[in-house]
Design a binder for this molecule. Structure first.
Ligand code: NAD
Length: 266
């Protein structure tokens, strides 16, 4: 097992990619601390992992709130005394909050909230987890970026820059935490079949709907959405010793979207 007896935190573990990653980490032998803003979904996933024989517990935390992040890390310190893996998965898109998601109509509050969760939340979790990772001899941080941080697309004026920021934060923290033996990497999924993507698709205004539809499927060399479990495979690779020669890196997992300038036939 690739994560035997490792202690791992997964933020945003109540659904989607975070849920798939938490389930796979438990199968790989980790003790998984699932965290989410949504108590009922996070708790339900933790219970379902435990019922299947995995080691899992749930701690509610909003990653954009310093007090919550500190309490999460304090829980891990008291309970386990160490941390081996921090998976910064929690993230939101403009369309989680509004159907006016294009840059020229977006509310300032939505822009602030997206950046506070995706970028500042990732930084705060890294900051407060760093001493626990050091206590475990280094460990690994795995950050959720996105191809939205690598290429432009509509309705992502906060999301895209926040995810580009995650790519750069990954590099900076890889440099700074190298001395304590912590590897820091990120991955950039393309469109993956989760509630977030369904909301993005459903909220497209008529004038952007065609572009969104083309973008969701037309640009995929592998012509389908990725499954959360396929992204979880990359997360576990980056969390485990299999990626021991990688730090500061970004793995693109996007069904081939950013590899070409073509478009499948409609
Ligand atoms: N689905 C995709 O196509 C896709 C593509 C690229 C990147 N990503 C990234 O992967 C990550 C997971 O995406 P997903 O599609 O599974 O999303 P999702 O919306 O399905 O799930 C996100 C989870 O995060 C939780 N969450 C939201 N705000 C939070 C907060 N402030 N604190 C703690 N938890 C919070 C939600 O309750 C939810 O359980 C995100 O960072 C997202 O940006 C997703």
């Amino acid at each position: 097992m690739r994560l035997n007896d490792k202690v791992a935190i997964v933020t945003g573990a109540g659904q989607g990619i975070g849920e798939a990653a938490a389930r796979l980490m438990a199968l790989e032998g980790a003790h998984v601390v699932l965290s989410d803003l949504n108590e009922s979904s996070g708790q339900a996933v933790a219970e379902s992992i435990a019922q299947a024989g995995g080691k899992a517990e749930f701690v509610r935390a909003d990653v954009s709130r310093r007090e919550d992040v500190q309490a999460l890390m304090e829980h891990v310190r008291e309970r386990h005394g160490r941390l081996d893996v921090l998976h910064n998965n929690a993230g939101v898109h403009e369309t989680n909050f509004t159907d006016k998601a294009q840059s020229f109509e977006l509310d300032e509050e939505v822009w602030d909230r997206v950046v506070a969760i995706n970028l500042k939340g990732t930084w705060m979790c890294c900051k407060y987890a760093a001493p626990l990772l050091a206590a475990a001899g280094g460990g690994a941080i795995v950050n959720a970026a996105s191809i939205g941080g690598l290429v432009g697309y509509p309705m992502g004026s906060a999301y895209g820059p926040s995810k580009a920021g995650v790519v750069q934060l990954t590099r900076v923290m890889a440099v700074e935490l190298a001395a304590q033996g912590t590897r820091v990497n990120c991955y950039a999924p393309g469109n993956t079949d989760t509630p977030m993507v369904q909301k993005y698709y459903n909220n497209a205004p008529p004038e952007a709907a065609r572009m969104v539809e083309q973008q969701l499927l037309g640009t995929h060399l592998i012509p389908r959405l990725a499954r959360p479990e396929e992204i979880a495979n990359v997360v576990v690779f980056l969390a485990s010793e299999e990626s021991s020669a990688m730090t500061g890196g970004c793995i693109v997992v996007d069904n081939g979207t950013t590899a070409w300038r073509g478009m499948n036939e409609a």
